[in-house]
Design a protein around this ligand. Structure first.
Ligand code: AMP
Ligand code: FE
Ligand code: FE
Ligand code: ZN
Length: 284
């Protein structure tokens, strides 16, 4: 079983990288990509925890945006696999993304505190444990403070971009991100491209432009994409010659999604890694 999109405590998951690897192995995952938001800091621990027989694919999920000539910008996520973590340009961009996350989370806490919500920045800082801070951390602070029963409700009632407390991040232009991942020897894959329930999604023309800019794959099977979304992504991957992947986007208890609930076909995985990359998957 191949799961190419998961999160650990290195970003907004609730399992340490070593726990994530153990949970994946116990579930029968044989190829696991560790793709924390805007950081590579979980790679070392995950690789060190790799049991015999399991392959680990180091990756990162980059926070991006598409800015149309007219209308509102659209937020989207780009998975980068097997890139050189020392590539200066991409490394600087990860650092900048973590900085804008910090700034934005502080501002969102201030907005909620100003409205009498009993959470503190210190609490959020503790929960994020030094990693890139995301809304799931704010959600857990709201749970711990008794404001909401679970993180899902926190998103719905407090953290969604449709709520007044929301503050946007200064995410990377997606074409810049594709270029940087490629320059760093990596493989870019568009994560949950048509997950409409998360918010507005880009048009098929934008995906075609991303393909022309060096995109390699499209995430087709993903818990946030329904059958219609998946059919659209699969058809587009076929038309554009992109590799179709499937992944759980596991976040531990910060999300309902079990590990390996969606998986990637072995032939698609081989196609993905069958290209010159700065790193190779780590296997026994
Ligand atoms: P951020 O990157 O800080 O804007 O937060 C987005 C993150 O929150 C993504 O990793 C999503 O997977 C996660 N997320 C989105 N909606 C929910 C939800 N309803 N419950 C838990 N996590 C969510
Ligand atoms: Fe996340
Ligand atoms: Fe994502
Ligand atoms: Zn993710």
């Amino acid at each position: 079983m191949i799961d190419l999109h998961t999160h650990s405590t290195a970003s907004d998951g609730t399992d340490t990288p070593a726990e994530l690897v153990a949970i994946a192995a116990a579930a029968g995952v044989t190829v696991l990509a560790v793709t924390d938001h805007d950081t590579t800091s979980g790679w070392g621990e995950a690789l060190a925890a790799r049991p015999p027989g399991m392959t680990i694919v180091p990756g990162t999920e980059f926070s991006c945006r598409y800015v149309p000539e007219e209308g509102r910008r659209i937020s989207l996520h780009l998975l980068g696999y097997l890139f050189d973590p020392g590539h200066a340009g991409l490394r600087a961009e990860r650092a900048r993304l973590r900085e804008t996350r910090l700034h934005r989370a502080r501002q969102m806490v201030e907005n909620m505190v100003a409205d009498g919500v009993p959470i503190t920045w210190e609490q959020v800082e503790l929960i994020a444990a030094g990693g890139p801070v995301g809304r799931p951390h704010l959600g857990r602070a709201l749970v711990v403070s008794g404001v909401v029963p679970d993180v899902d409700t926190a998103f719905r009632d407090w953290l969604s971009s449709r709520r007044p407390y929301y503050v946007p991040k200064a995410d990377t232009d997606v074409f810049t991100a594709i270029r940087l991942v490629r320059e760093a020897g990596g493989v870019p894959v568009f994560a949950h491209p048509f997950a409409r329930r998360r918010g507005p999604v880009v048009s098929e023309q934008v995906v075609a432009d991303m393909a022309a800019a060096g995109l390699v794959g499209l995430e087709v099977d993903h818990p946030d994409q329904d059958d219609t979304d998946r059919a659209q992504a699969a058809g587009l991957a076929q038309d554009l010659g992109l590799v179709a992947t499937g992944s759980s986007d596991y976040h531990g208890t910060n999300k309902q999604t079990p590990i390996a609930v969606c998986t990637t076909d072995p032939a698609a995985y081989e196609e993905l890694i069958d290209r010159p990359t700065a790193r190779r998957p780590q296997w026994s």
